[in-house]
Ligand binder design. Structure first.
Ligand SMILES: [Zn+2]
Ligand SMILES: [Zn+2]
Length: 323
């Protein structure tokens, strides 16, 4: 950490924050690196996530909220005021390596390498990448599909499971294309948590390829059949506790839905595609939607309305001329 900071000073509060958490996590992990886990290590989701504000300028927010799920697992939430996407990032620490799911951290004086991986290549999940690209002991997984396949060794995409060994902690990597062609879910064998990115979360599941998405849902259901599942933690919260979606782009999330989803929510996902008409389907804890199709449909309706109005006006004028 010091060595690194000496070489390349950072004043970025996000990086400094991550740096401190990582340091804390590393010292903890060295204490417990020898134990083996058959049952998921318990942790706490008892946190009130920063809900942003109606007027972000009037009520300044810290850019990042950090919650220790357990001594080696950290949940980071970007403030809705810093960015309306208000992404959740996850830092998993093993005895040899740390894994950051969806944005970066920093090398440490003990030279514990950091691997920066992404659930998918959408900008809100990798905007932090350039900060880490040039740092020693940090490896950033490529964001394009060919690079993802090569890095994890997928030879029959989207089939097969890859494994990341963090030292005393294995993370399984499951292809989940559908929201985006590069999408992956990460299953942590230590905590039994599935980190699901935008594939499954309490919010809008934006569907790019419905067939691929449905297959991904079934793939994850099958994968987890024989494994313990503590929680499903995704990339965003876009619903309130009553299940209503916040306005797209809102910096204010009062009374948010919990971050965690459960096995039942995942189990219902393949079936939810049966009810998906290509535009919209509703589950109590998530919404299936195709934003492009909805936009096209809106555009068609707008054009049809315009044609109807022009036709009406033309008829009206013609009647007047005839009088
Ligand atoms: Zn996305
Ligand atoms: Zn996202």
């Amino acid at each position: 950490m010091n060595r690194l900071h000496g070489k390349r000073q950072t004043t970025n509060p996000f990086l400094l924050y991550l740096c401190a958490i990582w340091k804390m996590g590393v010292s903890m992990s060295l204490l417990s690196a020898t134990s083996a886990w058959s049952q998921p290590v318990p942790g706490s989701l008892d946190a009130h996530w920063n809900e942003g504000a109606q007027d972000c300028k009037a009520t300044p927010q810290p850019p990042l909220q950090v919650h220790a799920y357990d001594p080696q697992t950290f949940i980071l939430r970007q403030s809705p005021c810093a960015d309306f996407e208000a992404n959740f990032l996850y830092l998993l620490i093993g005895s040899d390596k740390a894994l950051l799911i969806d944005t970066g951290a920093i090398a440490d004086q003990k030279k514990l390498p950091l691997l920066v991986a992404h659930t998918h290549r959408h900008m809100d999940h990798r905007a932090g990448d350039p900060q880490f690209a040039s740092l020693p002991s940090v490896q950033v997984v490529p964001i394009d599909l060919e690079g993802v396949k090569a890095f994890y060794g997928f030879t029959d995409w989207p089939n097969g499971i890859a494994h990341l060994d963090l030292g005393g902690r294995t993370v399984d990597v499951i292809p989940t294309p559908g929201h985006n062609e590069t999408h992956l879910a990460f299953y942590d064998n230590r905590t039994g948590i599935l980190f699901s990115g935008d594939f499954l979360m309490p919010g809008r599941l934006l569907i790019d390829d419905a067939a691929a998405y449905r297959e991904s849902a079934q793939r994850v259901v099958d994968f987890l059949k024989t494994r313990p599942l503590s929680y499903i933690l995704g990339g965003h919260i876009e619903l309130n506790a009553a299940g209503h979606a916040y306005r797209f782009g809102s910096h204010y999330h009062p009374n948010e839905h919990g971050l965690e989803l459960a096995r039942e929510d995942l189990a219902a996902l393949p079936a939810a595609f049966e009810n998906f008409n290509g535009f919209y389907a509703r589950h109590p804890n998530y919404i299936l939607t195709n934003p492009i199709r909805n936009l096209v449909a809106l555009a068609i309706i707008a054009v049809a309305t315009l044609i109807f109005i022009v036709w009406g006006v033309w008829r009206l004028l013609r009647r007047r001329w005839r009088r």
